[in-house]
Structures are given as C-alpha cells and as structure tokens.
Design a protein around this ligand. Structure first.
Ligand SMILES: Cc1cc2nc3c(=O)[nH]c(=O)nc-3n(C[C@H](O)[C@H](O)[C@H](O)COP(=O)(O)OP(=O)(O)OC[C@H]3O[C@@H](n4cnc5c(N)ncnc54)[C@H](O)[C@@H]3O)c2cc1C
Length: 430
C-alpha cells in the first residue's frame, strides 16, 4: 500500500476511539467481534435499539478498520448489479440510503457524483440492457445514454452507450468507521483493540466468548471478522464450508485526475463476482484506477506479494480453490497480465478513457477481498449469515458490504433478537 495514504488512513481511525480499557469485562449484553465497518455498525445498531445495553466490540488489530474497510474503492453503490430479491440487492439499496443519512448526521463527507457503466462495443449492449432491467427491478434510478450523451457527463470517456446512475457516490470508509466508533462510545459502548477472539460458543442461554484476555459471558455475540470469518466460525464449531479465499485488488493513481469527473465502470463480466477495472474519483480529489483481482498469498498481504504460509495452505488445501481455478481458466491470464504489467493495465483502462498510457498510472495501495468460496468452487455472490442460538456469524460480506453495512447491521440484530436477555450484566470499566 502507498505509504502516504496508509498513514492518512491510520491517522483518521486512531483518533476515533478515545480510551481503550486494557481489561475486557467478564460479562456484558453483546459482544461484537471485529471493528471493521460492519462490526462497528452492528454495535451502533444494538445501542440504538437498546440504549443502555452493555455492548463491547473486540478487535484483534491495534487500530479499528485495519483491513477491508479502509482499503477499498470508497464507492457508495446504488444497487444496480445484484440479483433482484437477493440480500445483496435489498441490503445495498437500503444501506446506501441509510449511509448517506448517517454521514450527514455524523458529519462525514459524501458526494453523490454519479457513475457511468460504459459499453465499449456492440457485444456489451445486451449485457448493459440486462443491467438496466436489474436496476429497475431493484428500484434504482438509472438512465440509458448514447455515446454523445455519455460524453456530456464524462467528456473523456470512450464508449458507445452507458447507464448513468446519479445516486452512486463516494465516501472515505475509514472516516465512516472513525465516526461510527466515536458514536458507539458516545452511546455507552466500548471498542477494545488489540484483543483477538479465539472462539465463540453458545452457553447457558447466552454466548461465551474466549479471547486473548480471558472469557466473557454475554447475552449474545455477533461475529463480523471479515478475512478471518471462516477460521473463527470453524473454531466455534461451524462447518468449514465456505472458505475465505483472499483476492488481492491493487490500484493505481491517475496522474491526470482531470480526465475523470466521477466514476467510470466497465460492463462487468457476468462470469465474475467483481466489477472490473474502474476509474474512481475519491473524496480527496484524486482518481484511482483498479482494482485487480487475483487470489492472494496472504490475507493481509498489502505490500507486494507477501506469503503467509498458513493463509496459503488454507487456500491450497481447499478443494474449491482448484474447481474455481478451472472455472476461471479463461479469465486468469488476463488478470495475471493486469496484476503484473502496468502497460496491460493501462490498455484495459484506456477502453474506458481513451489515450491513457502506462505513464499516466502511479502504483498505489492494495486491498484484500474476503471472498467466500464453496467446496464446489463457486464464488459465493450473496451475503451469507449463519450461527445458532445466541450467535450470529457473518460468513460472506464482499462488496458492496461497506455500502450495505448499516442494513447488514440491522439484519444481524434482527437475527439475534433482543440484545439484552434481562440477566444483570456488569458494565465494562472504562
Ligand atoms: C479492493 C476492495 C474494494 C472494495 N470496494 C468497495 C466499494 O467501493 N464499496 C463497497 O461498498 N464495498 C467495497 N469493498 C468491500 C468492503 O470494503 C467490505 O465488504 C467491507 O469493508 C467488509 O467489512 P467488514 O467489517 O466485514 O470487514 P473488515 O473491514 O475486514 O473488518 C473485519 C475486522 O475483524 C477483525 N478480526 C478478524 N478476526 C478477528 C478476531 N479473531 N478477533 C477480533 N477481531 C478480528 C479484523 O482485524 C478486522 O478489523 C471493497 C473491498 C475491497 C477489498
């Protein structure tokens, strides 16, 4: 990851959580595992539903939002792509509206700058039409544009037709996490960093959380562990299927940000769950190009191609990895070229904005996607919730889960039921 942007990200999130008690209480109403955007949104939702409940977020890293929630495109998706009736479609549409409202309330900058999905040849037009139908079915505002109309919005975009989504926007998700953590604490919740959870069990009508600083008994637990969600689920006795396969997504920064006004996306390949190389204006004004999509050799391999033997073994020992590789055999060479050659990458980006060359791209940060892959090799597209009794496990929350985070949080709390069970629980000491 780009050192400068990394420092900025960490700077904005560390100031969010004012005090972190060293000790974790031995009991409370709700434990949330993971202080990414979803865990923090869950904690806030629980406190909105039951003010006064004792809610504790446990995060293994020393900063909140250390992984996906601060290493992404920063797009507030409108809900165009997703299968009508799926959880993704429903929670993205609800979540985007809720996110705009929350950011207004908490003073986090958003900008509904709009997005173009651009067809660059006639073969892509039927797919663009299908996306239009999906958007309409999902209740998302979109407009079909011809080549001349799309260039009124993005003068440098190439393409023969486009879908315009005026409600797609941008936000700095690390800033959203910082604001959420601040709000959780203002409502009486506690965010504790540097405390890894080892497992979560149902016990005595509630849940028992075994973590690096001891054991906490609680009325319920909601696990939002992102890239580690399969491991935590398995350690807690759940099935190994699906497994998280990490996908690295590297970005470039555009040296001439004036070439792009808003967001320019390709028509996605229906065989893949990712949206393809896109150009994205960020809240700070720079424009990023990316991300790539290749299986990663480490679940936190942000710089270069770091190898984590445990993570690599988890990928290589999963039968679904080989089935997935076979299914993807035609796309793989193209993804490999984009990951390792900036010229090939620039050629792909220049399908959307003509005249882009390798000289226009500076290497920037990378993110690692937590993508659940079934034993059968299927890349699981929809959000997956599991868990029994007083435990909710979020097992697949890929993009647009940052957009959908507030709606996912409400869904988790609905699944759990009452936050407090009426048993007296001690408040965490601060
Ligand atoms: C390259 C990329 C681009 C993306 N672009 C977008 C986008 O533009 N718009 C969008 O809506 N979404 C986007 N996404 C998806 C979005 O970022 C994620 O879906 C979302 O951030 C998931 O949030 P999370 O809280 O589940 O995961 P995370 O942010 O990964 O948080 C999980 C947390 O759990 C903690 N944890 C793990 N194990 C333990 C443990 N044992 N004990 C305690 N804590 C633990 C981790 O340290 C981490 O902080 C993108 C993702 C990537 C990678």
């Amino acid at each position: 990851m780009n050192r400068a942007s990394g420092t900025a990200i960490l700077g904005s999130v560390t100031s969010a959580v004012s005090s972190r008690p060293e000790s974790v209480p031995s009991s409370c109403d709700l434990i949330v595992v993971g202080a990414g955007i979803i865990g923090l949104a869950v904690a806030r939702e629980a406190l909105v539903r039951e003010p006064g409940a004792s809610v504790v977020v446990l995060e293994c890293e020393h900063q909140i939002a250390s992984h996906q929630s601060s290493h992404n495109s920063g797009v507030i998706h409108a809900g165009i792509y997703y299968e009508p009736g799926s959880l993704k479609a429903k929670l993205c549409v609800e979540g985007a509206a809720a996110l705009y409202r929350l950011c207004d309330e908490l003073g986090v900058a958003t900008d509904a700058i709009g997005k173009l999905i651009v067809a660059t040849n006639a073969a892509e037009l039927p797919r663009l039409d299908r996306l239009h139908e999906r958007a309409v079915a999902n209740g998302v505002r979109v407009e079909k544009l011809n080549g001349a109309q799309l260039r009124e919005i993005e003068p440098r975009a190439s393409g023969i037709a486009a879908l315009h989504s005026p409600d797609t926007g941008i936000v700095d998700y690390a800033a959203v996490c910082a604001a959420l953590a601040g709000d959780v604490e203002a409502r009486g919740g506690t965010v504790i960093t540097g405390c890894a959870v080892e497992r979560v069990e149902n016990a005595d009508g509630g849940a028992r959380v075994i973590h690096a600083r001891g054991v906490t008994d609680c009325s319920g637990a909601i696990v939002c562990a992102g890239l580690q969600s399969d491991r935590l689920a398995q350690a807690s006795g759940a099935t190994a299927d699906p497994r998280i396969i990490p996908f690295r997504g590297a970005y470039f920064t555009l040296r001439r940000p004036e070439l792009v006004r808003g967001l320019i996306y390709p028509v996605p390949d229906p065989a893949l769950p990712f949206l393809g190389v896109h150009l994205t204006r960020r809240i700070g004004g720079d424009v990023i190009v990316g991300p790539t999509a290749l299986p990663a050799t480490a679940r936190s391999g942000y710089r270069g191609w770091r190898i984590n033997p445990r993570d690599l073994f988890a990928t290589l020992s999963w039968p679904g990895s080989y089935r997935m590789a076979w299914r993807w055999r035609r796309q793989a060479p193209r993804e490999l070229a984009w990951a390792f050659s900036s010229s090939a990458y620039a050629r792909e980006a220049s399908r959307l904005v003509s005249g882009l060359g390798a000289d226009d791209l500076d290497p920037s940060f990378a993110g690692i996607r937590a993508q659940a892959v079934g034993r059968d090799g299927a890349l699981i597209d929809d959000f997956v919730f599991a868990g029994e009794g007083r435990i909710v496990q979020l097992r697949n929350a890929p993009s647009p889960a940052a957009t959908a985070s507030l709606a996912i949080a409400a869904h988790c709390c609905d699944r759990l039921g009452p936050i407090a069970d009426g048993e007296p629980r001690q408040r965490p000491a601060s």
